[in-house]
Ligand binder design. Structure first.
Ligand code: ARG
Ligand code: ASP
Length: 721
């Protein structure tokens, strides 16, 4: 008895060291009142939880938008003007750019509403309300059900909850899983489909420091762009139309000119995409020691090729800049993440935690029966999964990731349905239209010599990265027909495939008859694409799916157990692209021995980095002039111009574009990144090293006002001096 009590005391003290610090966490807005309000106010906040999230009155949440698939934006004027990052609007800015009007290079500023540019593929959505629906979702679920039966019951419940909620009006409704399926929340959203580009600084400001500075502090990127929401005459979402008018929002965020001091309270309100804070050590090991190294290596190889072409030619730079930024972003993040976990002894920490967990489990027969085998099962499952993950990364990054393979795959469906003698003419027409539209997008940004280099490099890496038995069949053919010479194989594919010539494919589609399906299936790029996707679908995907489903159900149990084991701990659910609040303070940090990083950067730093010979560090002449004349207007502070600052808010991908708000809920910054030493925060948060990076809102205003001269936009905003 005595021993047990002692053991428990030890356990409790161990768990409290695992208790999240005040800075860690991405909290559910509707639960702030219950879980966080007191702490937030103790940290300096002057708002109430209801100022942030209220469904009966307009509140801050009405100004927060999910931007496109994976960023956040916020409403900063009564005329539907919205602010997000330059890197979030990047594809839109790029898609409107040509050699003559290169908005990426030169920036873009609409002088009036008529000049604002419609963005066909962009929508933004506002959360109307959320509601916990765990009981409704679990109705009819029994513990003895198999996972399959359980899933099918959940599916039915989900459908009926969503249908009931979206019946109310034109809103969209979705039920989302929290805590690995232990809880469920319903989200009702309003989706705006007419969103237009209003303004963007030149890349030399909006992407200053480029991929060299990406994920790093000290940072000097003016990472913002402006859009506007348009609605019908009743202020309701509508598809693009010339008749649409600017949206009148429920809430507009005021902008503070007061700036920040060390230890100021800040919070970030946005849509964090994905974190995995509750995984077992085996998973952390798989991610940081197996997956990341392969991905890092393959991405580096691609990036080297991209960059050698982009530096030669402005047209290729435009075509490949968004793709390059995407590849590079993952590449650098994974390096930081693996390093961060190693430096934190993250795997060992999790192992210690699991030992304590095991002790807790075996301290009682109920927990022993429920959770006894979990940790061992994780070990076995992740060992097997690791092997398949390697194959999965190779087939997706190195195989299916090749551009000509992607182009060929756009005709898969057309080829498939054409083989059926009774195929309907209408279905064929639809497929042709789809293929034409995606291929015309594709070829706009396609440069064959670059892709051919990637093709060779990727297939070579694929071949040398795995055991022969794990390779798709195409490699045996390359051995046999080309004596293993991948370059010779590439010459044939690119020489003979219709996909190497956009006019040829388009003409083919223009006059396509189902009887011509052999012309598709005999195309060498199409053959490769089919072999790769067959290999993926037959040999990798089913196994990965089974293993991941097993992990999911184990995680559901493990999550539940962790919450039972630490009943006083305040848990936050992993990010899942739903609206969250993260809060912390403005804080400097020590990234490594003897190095100290201040919390704020200024325009002086941009001038220090200035280097006309290095693409990422070219400073615009007009910006230099403003610097020389110290013409900062009301945006400067002590004779300088603040640019970015950092804080301890817990953020992740998807939080880009999120507003950084002060104790009064006024906009002080725009979240856009994290510091490199803390990129492991998606797996494990460290209050010493994890910092989010925000654009200082005064630099944004300065660029719009003084640099771009877009006073009409400033006039729309509510500035608090
Ligand atoms: N690292 C930031 C985020 O994950 C910014 C990425 C865009 N910038 C870039 N240089 N690639 O999204
Ligand atoms: N840059 C990320 C984004 O685009 C933010 C982050 O990962 O910290 O959402």
């Amino acid at each position: 008895m005595k021993f047990k009590a002692l053991l428990f005391a030890l356990l409790i003290s161990f768990f409290t060291t695992f208790q999240s610090s005040a800075d860690e966490g991405m909290w559910i807005p509707m639960l702030l009142e219950q879980l966080n309000e007191k702490e937030m106010r103790d940290m300096g906040m002057r708002l109430t939880a209801r100022d942030i999230y209220d469904i009966n009155n307009s509140s801050l949440k009405d100004a927060i938008l999910l931007f496109g698939g994976g960023c956040t934006a916020e409403i900063i004027s009564a005329e539907g003007l919205i602010l997000t990052n330059h890197h979030c609007g990047y594809r839109e800015i790029q898609s409107h750019s040509t050699i003559q009007n290169d908005y990426l290079r030169d920036g873009f500023w609409a002088q009036n509403h008529n000049e604002e540019l419609p963005s066909a593929n962009l929508s933004v959505s506002r959360l109307v309300r959320m509601e916990e629906v765990t009981a409704k979702m679990l109705a009819g679920i029994k513990p003895e059900m198999t996972e399959k039966v359980r899933d099918s019951v959940l599916k039915i419940n989900r459908k009926s909850i969503e249908a009931a909620a979206s019946k109310e009006n034109t809103y969209e409704a979705k039920v989302r899983d929290f805590y690995y399926g232990n809880e469920f929340y319903l989200f009702v959203t309003e989706v705006f489909k007419d969103v237009r580009l209003v303004g963007a600084p030149p890349s030399s400001i909006g992407k200053f420091g480029g991929d060299t500075d990406n994920w790093m502090w000290p940072r000097h990127t003016g990472d913002f762009s402006l859009f506007r929401i348009y609605v019908d005459k009743d202020n309701k979402p509508a598809a693009f139309s010339k008749e649409n008018i600017p949206y009148k929002p429920l809430y507009t965020i005021p902008i503070s000119l007061k700036g920040v001091k060390e230890n100021d309270f800040t919070f970030i309100f946005g849509f964090p995409g994905r974190t995995q804070e509750y995984l077992p050590s085996d998973a952390i090991e798989m991610i940081t020691e197996v997956q990341n190294p392969i991905r890092i290596e393959l991405r580096r190889q691609k990036l080297d090729i991209y960059e050698s072409f982009m530096s030669q030619d402005q047209k290729i730079r435009i075509q490949y800049s968004a793709k390059d930024a995407g590849l590079s972003n993952g590449w650098k993040k994974w390096i930081g993440e693996s390093k961060g976990i190693a430096k934190l002894d993250g795997i060992e920490k999790k192992q210690d935690y699991e030992q304590a967990f095991q002790k807790w489990v075996s301290s009682n027969t109920t927990t022993q029966n429920q959770y006894g085998g979990l940790i061992d099962d994780f070990d076995k499952t992740f060992k097997t999964l690791s092997g398949y993950q390697q194959q999965l990364i190779f087939v997706t990054e190195a195989g299916l990731g090749i551009e000509i393979v992607k182009a060929a795959r756009t005709l898969s469906k057309l080829e498939e349905i054409s083989r059926n003698k009774d195929v309907l003419e209408d279905d064929v027409k639809k497929e042709i239209a789809k293929a034409k539209s995606s291929l015309s997008q594709f070829y706009k940004d396609y440069y064959l010599p670059l892709d051919k280099k990637i093709f060779v490099k990727m297939l070579e890496s694929y071949r040398s990265g795995l055991d022969k038995s794990q390779l798709p069949e195409v490699f045996a053919m390359i051995e046999k027909d080309y004596k293993g010479n991948i370059q010779a194989y590439a010459d044939v594919v690119f020489g003979k495939s219709m996909f190497s010539d956009s006019t040829q494919v388009m003409a083919f589609l223009q006059s396509y008859k189902p009887s011509q399906h052999k012309k598709i299936s005999n195309d060498p790029a199409f053959i490769l694409a089919s072999e790769l996707s067959d290999h993926y679908l037959k040999n990798i995907n089913p196994r990965v799916n089974v293993l991941e489903a097993r992990v999911d159900s184990m995680m559901r149990l493990y999550m539940k157990a962790q919450m039972e084991m630490q009943p006083e701990k305040r848990f936050y659910p992993d990010a899942n692209s739903t609206l969250r609040v993260a809060y912390g303070k403005v804080k400097p940090y020590y990234p490594k021995d003897a190095v100290f990083y201040e919390f704020q950067t200024t325009l002086e730093g941009i001038i220090e980095k200035d280097d006309p010979a290095v693409y990422d560090y070219v400073v615009d002449e007009r910006l230099k002039k403003l610097y020389a004349s110290k013409d900062y207007g009301k945006y400067g502070q002590n004779g300088t111009m603040p640019v970015c600052f950092i804080g301890t808010n817990h953020t992740t991908g998807g939080n880009s574009g999120s507003p950084a708000l002060n104790a009064d809920g006024q906009l002080i910054g725009l979240n856009f990144d994290r510091c490199w030493e803390g990129t492991m925060s998606d797996l494990m948060y460290d209050p010493d090293q994890c910092r989010n990076i925000m654009l200082d809102v005064r630099y944004f205003l300065f660029i719009v006002d003084k640099f771009a001269g877009a006073h009409h936009l400033i006039d729309e905003m509510v500035l608090v001096e």
